[in-house]
Design a protein around this ligand. Sequence first.
Ligand code: FES
Length: 93
Amino acid sequence: MPAEDGAIEIVVCLGSSCFARGNSEILAALQHYEQGKGSKAQVHLSGCLCQDQCKQGPNLKIGSEFHHNITAARLRELLQQLDGPSRGNHAKA
Ligand code: FES
């Protein structure tokens, strides 16, 4: 669901299990994307506490949809979807 300004909300789980499973790499890639260095889509990035889905981590939420077992490759796919098919992949995840 877009924010009031039309930006897409991306929420990264910052719990210890998701951290141990590699969410710091995911978070760094998302921060790069949010700053507009790798995207055309406008996003708001935030973190959340454990979502009780640790075994499926790293976890994040884009809009209202949860995504699990996020890898750098999977994140690139998700960000490409946000940018749309004609904008290509500029994210360095
Ligand atoms: S630490 Fe991320 S779901 Fe539990």
